[in-house]
Design a protein. Structure first.
Lengths: 280, 116
């Protein structure tokens, strides 16, 4: 990959009008070099303003940088240039889902599914339909505002919406796992809008076994939380009642202090919910 | 050429609230260099920290989250911070609960740069 990036960079330096910026920008995005990727994509758009893939690249990088407004603007341009552009439809579906506009999300994803029927699109569409069927048209937080993080969430009859009103920024997601790693509440949604809670929960819950084992020998008392930064996300976990586990994930753009506060709020919500006996 | 490791761990242990700092092999959990306050069992800390970091790395990779750069474990009577991901080395710090973890994180990444 490093060789490819170098080759594409050289090619772009030789010929600034080359379309190789599309591959270069995407490679840098995947390597999480978002600022550089953003600059390259914007330069590409300046030189190729009618190229839909260039705007699509800017939008995808914008999502990773947490700038959803820019992403929406760019994907709107893409759809004006190429109605039915699969990347833009998937992107708009993702943005709509994140904003709780499930009908819009379903419409966008239906178009993509009808066109190419990729498995992850079909899965994302199924997630949107399950969510929209079990919820009122207005998202639960709007129907019952709650400014107190620990307030008993009466509106959360759907466990998947347990943390919905606490996740204020884009790219934030939270799940509650039982002692066996099964999902009790919340949702972990990936960049394609697919609900991957079960897989991610099972993988991450394994860390806590290691933590418990270490705590017995490190002489620093019981563990309260674990946070780790990865290339793609910041993940924080804390134990909750009945040996359950709250997992919060945010984009790398979210400050660590904010992640910790979010974890605290989700922990309070989970405790309140479990103590009501809802999750049992 | 690898820089002298002793000044790196000594520099970390000089931070306020830090009880121990170690450079550990993630693969086998053995100490490569350490700077410990009296009463710390370096071998035990090294083995457990390396094991925890490795588990976090594998779990994060399995969950498609990418490589783990920084890990922080908070407990009632202390906290453990670790950085790694560039080689087999993991740099570990054990600190008091009230230690400034933001500063420790910065110093850990500086130390990692020196090792790279």
């Amino acid at each position: 990959m490093a060789d490819d990036v170098r080759r594409w960079s050289d090619e772009l330096a030789r010929d600034p009008n080359s379309l190789v910026f599309l591959e270069l920008g995407e490679a840098l995005r995947r390597q999480r070099q978002l600022d550089v990727a953003h600059k390259i994509a914007l330069r590409g758009v300046e030189r190729h303003p009618r190229n839909a893939d260039a705007h699509d690249l800017v939008a995808r990088i914008a999502v990773d940088r947490g700038d959803l407004q820019l992403a929406r603007e760019r994907w709107s341009i893409v759809l004006q240039l190429v109605p039915g552009h699969a990347g833009a439809l998937k992107g708009m579906g993702y943005l709509s889902y994140q904003e709780g506009r499930f009908n819009d999300a379903e419409q966008y994803l239906s178009h993509v599914a009808a066109a190419d029927g990729q498995e992850h699109v079909t899965s994302a569409l199924a997630t949107v339909r399950r969510t929209s069927m079990s919820l009122p048209a207005v998202p639960a937080p709007a129907a019952e505002p709650s400014t107190t993080p620990g307030a008993t969430p009466g509106a959360f009859d759907d466990p998947r919406r347990l943390f919905a009103d606490l996740l204020v920024d884009d790219g934030q997601t939270a799940i509650l796992l039982d002692s066996a790693g099964y999902v009790l509440g919340g949702m972990y949604v990936d960049a394609n809008g697919a609900d991957v809670s079960t897989d991610v929960g099972a993988q991450l819950s394994g860390i806590t076994d290691e933590v418990r084992r270490a705590m017995r020998h490190l002489d620093i008392g019981d563990w309260k939380s674990i946070t780790f930064e990865t290339q793609g996300a910041v993940v924080a976990m804390a134990p909750s009642v009945d040996a359950s586990l709250v997992v919060v994930a945010t984009s790398r753009a979210t400050p660590l202090g904010l992640v910790r506060r979010l974890l605290d709020r989700c922990g309070t919500r989970a405790t309140s919910w479990l103590e009501r006996g809802v999750g049992r | 050429m690898m820089p002298p490791l002793r000044p790196i761990v000594d520099g970390l242990t000089r931070q306020r609230g830090v009880r121990a700092s170690l450079i550990v092999s993630e693969q086998d959990g053995l100490i490569i260099e350490s700077s410990l306050r009296f009463g710390q069992d370096g071998d035990r800390v090294a083995a457990l920290a390396a094991s925890m970091y490795r588990k976090a790395r594998l779990s994060a990779a399995a969950a498609c989250l990418g490589a783990v750069a920084f890990l922080q474990l908070d407990a009632e009577q202390g906290r453990m911070c670790a950085v790694g991901g560039r080689s087999d080395f993991v740099i570990v710090v054990i600190a008091d609960p009230g230690a400034n973890v933001g500063l420790i994180r910065v110093e850990l990444f500086k130390a990692l740069e020196m090792l790279a």
